[in-house]
Write a protein that binds this ligand. Structure first.
Ligand SMILES: [Zn+2]
Length: 212
């Protein structure tokens, strides 16, 4: 087993963060030590952290690296020492390989977090457009034909609200599954929003969804 795996398996990130002086609130957030802030926007999980402000993220070893300005191997050794873990024998080639694998999985995880944040924004944008269309273009009397934007809101709104909830309350596993199967849906929403904003209606009615 590599020193990285060993350390990660034996330590909970939250314990390590507290040990090194980060104050964790009841929601599991702490003030990010890597950017200036007054409200806590770094979320600490058992096995990783993620800052919604500066997007820094990583596992327990990354945390020690960044807090103390250490190289990964030295960070892992410091954690071993500070938490009284057994000092396992060290095989240079094996550790190098383990290090590369770890970097790769960290990169993938960060990409996923960025995708997740961007897609969530897209979904909430589309939801707020649909809600406005639903009010704004509801037929005023029984003879009035349905406006296409009203129809679109009827067709799409509940599904999109469901996806927003998924992003807010679902596990990363759920969202990764969504990512795998719904790539085209995400693309379609992005196109839909930009088409609408470039349309005459979108440009002349800034209140129809251009809040941000
Ligand atoms: Zn931060």
């Amino acid at each position: 087993m590599s020193i990285f795996t060993e350390v990660k398996e034996q330590l909970r990130l939250r314990d390590v963060a507290e040990h090194y002086g980060l104050h964790i609130n009841r929601a599991g957030f702490t003030n990010c030590p890597f950017h200036q802030e007054r409200t806590a926007s770094m979320k600490l999980y058992d096995d990783h952290f993620y800052c919604f402000g500066c997007h820094s993220s990583g596992d327990v070893i990354t945390l020690a690296e960044k807090l103390f300005g250490l190289q990964p191997l030295d960070a892992a050794r410091k954690l071993q020492k500070d938490f009284g873990l057994a000092d396992i024998p060290y095989d240079y080639r094996k550790e190098t390989r383990a290090y590369r694998e770890r970097q790769k999985s960290l990169r993938k995880e960060l990409e996923f977090k960025k995708w997740k944040a961007a897609t969530y924004l897209l979904l909430t944008d589309y939801c707020s457009l649909l809600r406005k269309w639903k009010d704004e273009y509801a037929p005023k009397n029984i003879e009035e034909p349905f406006h296409p934007l009203f129809v679109e809101s009827l067709q799409e709104l509940s599904k999109m609200e469901y996806y927003c909830d998924l992003f807010l309350y679902g596990t990363d596993e759920d969202i990764k599954e969504f990512k795998e199967y719904e790539e085209r849906l995400v693309k379609r929403i992005a196109d839909r929003i930009s088409n609408f904003r470039q349309s005459d209606l979108g440009r002349t009615n800034p209140n129809l969804g251009n809040e941000r």
